[in-house]
Design a protein around this ligand. Sequence first.
Ligand code: FE2
Length: 321
Amino acid sequence: MPAPEGHRGIILVADDNELLSTEGYKVVSAADGQQARRVVDSDSIDLALLDVVMPRPTGFELCQAMKSKPETRLIPVILLTSLNSDDDRIHGIMCGADDFLNKPVNKHELLARVHSLLRLKQFTDELDNAETVVSSLALGIEAKDPYTEGHCERLSKYSVSLAEKLGLPEDLRVALRRGGLVHDIGKLAVPEHILLKPGPLTPEERKIMEQHTIAGERICAPLRSFRHVLPIIRHHHEKRDGSGYPDGLKGEQIPLTARILQITDIYDALTTDRPYRKALPVKEALAIMREEVKRGWWDGALLNELETSVIGIAMPVEKQA
Ligand SMILES: [Fe+2]
């Protein structure tokens, strides 16, 4: 079988297999687990072919380590084993392996699997690029306003911490990480004279500003991997008493992820400098938010959780005055 046209991936081979380099792939070899780990950490590889019995870390261990880190989890891993046992396969699946090959390796089978996994990797790279563009656009909006610098990054971090404390599943934690960065991306559709207006907005201007929730949802809707982010973008300005926008949702109708993001959003806004006031001390910010909970705006249980488990661990020390 010929090497695939066009995309020739970079493949880490931690095995004594020389077949791939003769087929036109760029092969980075590793003699043992340590060296393989260094390659994974420092090189941009497209696929890893790991012998399960290589000196430690073993192929199983390295595979598991790769799949547990966001930077390397999307790199496909093929485990090579001479032990054709179900136990090894089950162990490999538990470690997150994408495919298996038995030794001695059948050349055609190896090339077919490498080809198909590299194609898959190419798709995930393209998706990754699309997400990066969306996140960069969102950070571009933040950059227009010097007072909000770092706000989105902090929101991501605090929302994920809160979600972890609440035991939310991984897909929703990932959605919150992304939501922290892109929730205001719809502000791209808001004219700058409204977006950056220092004084209060007129009712007409406010209406346009409120459209950023709907515009943001529309911008991100084509990204399948953002499907759990869309409710966060659309509903991060709803209030529990139904007085928020864009849909006037009440109480539990507001998605939990959107409620998590809004509570960290408000907290961060209150505890950082704004054009019209200095950053408030944590105590004062929390007191204001508690008042707003009583008024029926925010989720009081989430505010308690934010206060007890996230503030003090994640928030910068100087803010805790
Ligand atoms: Fe917003």
